[in-house]
Design a protein around this ligand. Structure first.
Ligand code: AGP
Length: 610
């Protein structure tokens, strides 16, 4: 997730406004920043890696001439966070400049085609194909306007984008467009703005025009024209008056970052499914040749590893060993060796325990692979190869979109490995790949249909003193994750373990009204045994709360409360949708108890101490 901003004004230079607006978008990404302006036909660009304040101190981002400009604050997905990869990017002539938020899925083939036509590229980003495509369109047909050239370009793009383009050949307009990445227009008397979200321009105007997928806007000072990209039809849409405070705007109207990030998961899941092919191929080759594989992480990332161990086993017949990073050195420090492969999973890429396990492994010549959300983090630098979870900055201390994004990438890795090993039929592979692609819609449906019910559940159980979270198979990990969420943001003591373990001790805790949460997918071999576990708990007076597939009448009949997810979810992928109700439940329990879910006591977002 990155932040884009554009400004065309009749009142002085654009750069100071762009700089201040990028600061308000910094929560969307902050590993590099850049601004471009045009003045008297000349292009001025300042950009570098680093946070906005650091780069401003170095380059003075207010000091670029011209009443028109665009800017970008980056969260790297393709291309390390280096100056060369910072936006804005230009075409060969340096006259066409673009910024972009999203992922261009087909950038590799577009780039090859453009290079074959003589274009030279500076960066390793997907974004840089945009100005070169516009340049090529204008070369093929010089009579095109900038708007028309951008339309031609967009028709070649696959993937998600919110982009803004300026050109020294037409310095009186900004052309912007969106597909799946957010874009909004701000209209003031003497200026017009485009931005990733209205936080950026709210201090200058509360007149906002929301732009939809497949629409393109041409901005001139104080005016804008919207067209539908596919047929060029004009779109009339008046500005809306926004009554949010800037604080509300940065959370896009949500009360907390955590609930905003829970709601973002359909989009972040779509992004995890994009442009991973090359890296999945590389990592799966390493795993395929590995003799022993450790999955090493902490907290939520460890729970993703635990779920992944079932995926690798069931789909690729690859045994993997999930290990708490904080225990790795004690447990495996002496045995890890040159034949070991470590897949370290870390949203921040900076967790000290995880990096400690990685260092120990490297000292013993093991192969280290990485999965992280933070390109440019230590983990990306020490990994032989790494995969990006591509879920954008996660501001809430509790990991939510991290878990589902990591699982989506790990599931793709398991499927890629399974294809290599031919352990699962092609029909089964195609079925699972299709179901994985549909998970964003499945998650969207759960949030839309179940959120209110979960709010009520939180009211009903707000005073419960302790919870059990139980699952079987891959959903043991889901149970652990649900437990962690409730503990860390609602401060409710919770216990999670494989449901089959209940009778080996924990069931002695059960008394009347003791709430027990069961995760019960319909698919797979665990449904029947889970019914037995539910009956055991129910017989001892527990209050049964079940996460079930819709119309699972058998478990509904045994439950005091239930939350339904759509039918037809393969068990091996079920942690991704089944965790959503648990995230929402933990969030609403915290709200019910008057706790700020974004800043839970005693916790830090990234634990960089051992
Ligand atoms: C999860 O909600 C917590 N914030 C915490 O357990 C976190 O998952 C853990 O510290 C690992 O962080 P990482 O993914 O950045 O390594």
């Amino acid at each position: 997730m990155c932040g884009i901003f554009g400004c065309i004004t009749t009142n002085g230079d654009a750069a100071p406004t762009i700089h201040a607006s990028l600061k308000r978008l910094e929560y969307r990404g902050y590993d590099s920043v850049g601004i471009a302006t045009i003045n008297n036909g000349e292009v001025f660009i300042k950009k570098d890696q680093g946070k906005i304040d650091e780069v401003h101190k170095l380059l003075n981002l207010d000091d670029l001439q011209g009443n028109i400009g665009i800017g970008h604050t980056r969260w790297a997905t393709h291309g390390a966070p280096l100056k060369i990869n910072a936006h804005p990017h230009t075409d060969c002539t340096g006259q066409i400049i673009a910024v972009h938020n999203g992922i261009i899925e087909n950038y590799a083939e577009l780039k090859t085609e453009l290079e074959n036509r003589g274009h030279t590229f500076q960066s390793r980003t997907d974004t840089e194909v945009i100005p070169h495509l516009i340049e090529e369109a204008l070369k093929q047909n010089p009579t095109l306007t900038l708007t028309q050239a951008v339309v031609e370009t967009i028709k070649k793009l696959c993937g998600s984008y919110a982009l803004a383009v300026i050109s020294s050949k037409e310095p009186d307009k900004i052309v912007c467009a969106r597909n799946e990445s957010p874009l909004v227009i701000g209209v003031a008397q003497d200026a017009t703005y485009c931005a990733s979200d209205l936080t950026a321009f709210l201090p200058m105007t509360n007149q906002a025009v929301m732009i939809n997928d497949g629409e393109l806007v041409t901005l001139t000072p104080g005016a804008y024209e919207i067209i539908r990209i596919q047929d060029g039809a004009p779109v009339t849409r008046k500005p809306k008056t926004i009554d949010w405070t800037p604080e509300m705007a940065v959370k896009q109207g949500y009360p907390h970052f955590m609930i905003k990030e829970i709601h973002e998961q359909p989009d972040t899941l779509r992004n995890t499914l994009r442009a991973q092919e090359h890296y999945l191929e590389l990592l799966s080759t390493f795993l395929d040749r590995a003799t022993e594989v450790f999955l090493v992480a902490c907290g939520t990332s460890y729970h993703a590893c635990l779920a992944a161990s079932y995926m690798f086993s069931k789909l690729a017949f690859l045994p993997t060993y999930p290990v708490y990073a904080s225990e790795f050195i004690e447990q495996h420090g002496k045995s890890v060796n040159i034949d070991s492969t470590i897949l370290a999973v870390s949203q921040s890429g900076e967790t000290a325990d995880t990096l400690g396990a990685v260092t120990c492994s490297q000292q013993r010549a093991a192969t280290v692979l990485g999965l992280t959300n933070t390109v440019g983090s230590t983990l990306t630098r020490v990994s032989r190869v790494y995969l990006g979870q591509q879920s954008g900055p996660e501001i809430g201390v509790a990991a939510t979109k991290t878990f589902t994004s990591q699982l989506s990438v790990l599931a793709q890795l398991a499927l890629k490995l399974s294809t290599k090993r031919g352990k699962v039929s092609q029909d089964e592979m195609d079925y699972l790949a299709e179901k994985l692609d549909k998970l964003p819609e499945t998650v969207e449906a759960i949030i839309l249909s179940q959120e209110d019910k979960i709010k009520q559940l939180a009211k009903k159980y707000r005073d419960a003193k302790i919870f059990f979270f139980l699952g079987r198979g891959v959903n043991t990990a889901t149970a652990y994750e649900g437990r962690l969420k409730l503990m860390e943001i609602a401060y409710v003591p919770s216990i999670a373990f494989p449901a089959g373990e209940s009778k080996h001790g924990p069931i002695s805790l059960i008394e009347h009204g003791f709430p027990v949460v069961f995760i019960c997918p319909r698919d797979g071999q665990t449904h029947k045994t889970l019914i037995g576990n539910i009956q055991e708990m129910k017989a001892r007076g527990a209050s049964i709360i079940s996460i079930i597939e819709e119309d699972d009448e058998e478990i509904k009949a045994l439950s005091d409360d239930y939350v339904e997810v759509p039918k037809g979810i393969p068990e091996v992928l079920s942690p991704i949708p089944f965790v959503i109700p648990l995230q929402l439940f933990a969030y609403y329990m915290a709200v019910e108890k008057g706790i700020n879910p974004d800043m839970p006591r005693n916790l830090a977002k990234s634990v960089t101490v051992k």
